[in-house]
Design a binder for this molecule. Structure first.
Ligand SMILES: [Zn+2]
Length: 176
C-alpha cells in the first residue's frame, strides 16, 4: 500500500483523469456536430486543460488521441470554423497559412451561435477545398460532403460549381 508499491504510471495518470475532465467540459451541439469546449479558454481562444503545471490545447490533444500524431511544425485547424470545437472529426492538420486562416475566421466569429448564415460567407481553407473535391471525385453527394465538414450544402455547390472559385485547384486535381 505504501508509495513504494504504488502503480503510479504517468501514462495512466495523464490519460484517464484527463479524458474524464475533457468529457466533463464538452457540450455537444446537435446538428452542427461540434463539441464545444466550455472549460478554460486561453487568450488565443482555444480550450486549454492543465496537466501537471502545463496548459495543453484541448483540440490538439483530441486530434492526437483520435486521429494520430501532429507532424512537427503543423497546426491543428478547424473545418467547422468554431474555434472552441474539439470534435476530432472537425479538425485537420494544416500549415501555418491554414492556421492563420482558421484564426482569421474565428476572429470574426465569437461563438457557435453565430454559425449558420454567417458561415456561408466564410472562406474555406485550401485543405478543406481539397478534401471536398477529393470527396466529390470519389462519388460522394454534396449533402453528404456538407455533413462531413459541418458546412451548408450551398457552400459545397458554390465551391464546386462556380468556375471562378478554386479553378487552379480543380484543374490540378482533375476536377472538370
Ligand atoms: Zn466543430
Amino acid at each position: 500500500m505504501g508509495s513504494k508499491h504504488s502503480t503510479w504510471n504517468p501514462r495512466r495518470i495523464a490519460q484517464t483523469p484527463v479524458a474524464d475532465r475533457i468529457e466533463a467540459n464538452i457540450e455537444r451541439i446537435p446538428g452542427f456536430g461540434c463539441w464545444v469546449w466550455v472549460g478554460k479558454v486561453k487568450a488565443q481562444g482555444y480550450g486549454a486543460i492543465s496537466i501537471g503545471n502545463k496548459d495543453y490545447a484541448v483540440h490538439r490533444l483530441m486530434y492526437e488521441r483520435e486521429v494520430g500524431p501532429i507532424p512537427s511544425g503543423f497546426f491543428v485547424c478547424h473545418r467547422c470554423d468554431v474555434r472552441e470545437c474539439v470534435n476530432p472529426h472537425h479538425l485537420f492538420v494544416g500549415t501555418a497559412a491554414d492556421n492563420n486562416k482558421d484564426m482569421d475566421v474565428k476572429g470574426r466569429r465569437r461563438s457557435v451561435g453565430l454559425r449558420g448564415e454567417a458561415n456561408s460567407s466564410c472562406r474555406l481553407s485550401e485543405s478543406t477545398v481539397r478534401a471536398i473535391i477529393a470527396d466529390k471525385l470519389s462519388g460522394m453527394k454534396n449533402v453528404d460532403i456538407a455533413d462531413r465538414y459541418g458546412l451548408k450544402r450551398t457552400q459545397i455547390s458554390d465551391t464546386l460549381c462556380q468556375p471562378n472559385r478554386w479553378m487552379w485547384l480543380k484543374r490540378e486535381m482533375g476536377f472538370k
